[in-house]
Every structure is written in C-alpha cells, then in structure tokens.
Design a protein. Structure first.
Length: 175
C-alpha cells in the first residue's frame, strides 16, 4: 500500500490518498480539490472517507465527488456520509483492509482508520496533542478514545489530520 500525504488549505490540514495498485481512497479532503484530483489522476478512486464532519476536513468533498462520481464514507452519525460506518467495519483497497475504529470525543462522529500498522486519526490524535472538544465534542470520551489507541502496537504509525508540529509519529513515540 502506498500512502500519499497532501498538505491542503490554510489550517495545516493533511489529506491522504491510500492506494494499492490502481485502486485508491481519499481521506479527509478538506481543501484544494484540484490539488487532490491531480494526485489521484490515473487511479481508480473507490471512495472518500471522512474521519469527522468538520468543514476543514470536508470542504472539497462535493467538488471531488462531482468530478469522479464516488461514494462518501463516514461514521453512522456523520450527516455527509452516504455509506455509514461503525466500529469494526472494514473497507478494502485492493488487498489492503482498512478497519474502522470509532473514537468519539473530538466529535461524536469521529473515526480512526487502521490499515496494517498505519493509523489515520483525523483530529482525535496529533503528533503533539489531540483535537479540541468545544465544537460538539466530549473531553471524557476523547480521553477514552485516546487510551484505546494507546493499546495499539508501539510501531503503529499515526497520520494526523493536521500538521500541528509534525506530520507523523508512532504510538510508541507518544507513550
């Protein structure tokens, strides 16, 4: 599996393209639809996955969907999601399985995505911090979610939704 990390927008957002062979998904296309579309040119994009429904992670969703006619995946509480996901659901990109981990707290529709030892955390967990909870979140739930993530193997690579001091780290480095 190949991971392409794309810096988008003016809020230090990180969007991702996960690809295996010619098949791909886009995670959190917050801004810069044209830039993201250039990155997926030649790939068979099978969907957009939204880690949570905040504008800085979803602004480019509709423009991308209009250009390449794909489904939008997100947690069952996410109003933008056409295909509703729950804890433990799996999506496939080629032979790569992406497991959905429900991580409420930053928002109540927050999910993380585990693909092998790669964890896409949206705003649940950053390199040096975690997402705020004052836009409809719950700090107690967020800390429970983070504790769950800390139980993943130490070599699990974290790919956050923002570059707030780093573009990736591992569970082991955060412990």
């Amino acid at each position: 599996m190949k991971i392409k990390q794309i810096s988008v927008g003016n809020m230090d957002n990180l969007c991702y393209v996960l690809a295996e062979g010619k098949e791909a998904v886009i995670i959190d296309p917050g801004w810069d639809a044209g830039k993201i579309l250039r990155e997926v040119k030649g790939l068979n994009v099978i969907g957009i996955i939204i880690t949570h429904n905040h504008f800085d992670h979803t602004t480019a969703v509709q423009e991308i969907k209009n250009k390449i006619k794909i489904n939008i995946y997100g947690h069952e509480k996410n109003s933008l999601a056409e295909i509703k996901l729950r804890e433990g659901d799996e999506l496939a990109v080629g032979k790569t399985k992406i497991e959905v981990i429900y991580t409420p707290g930053h928002t109540m529709d927050s999910i993380c995505l585990l693909a092998g030892n790669n964890l896409f955390t949206g705003d649940t967990l950053f390199v040096h911090g975690y997402g705020r909870t004052d836009f409809g979140g719950d700090e107690g739930e967020l800390f429970k979610s983070i504790r769950r993530l800390m139980n993943l193997p130490p070599d699990t690579v974290i790919y956050p939704g923002h570059d707030y001091g780093g573009k990736k780290t591992t569970i082991g480095e955060l412990k």
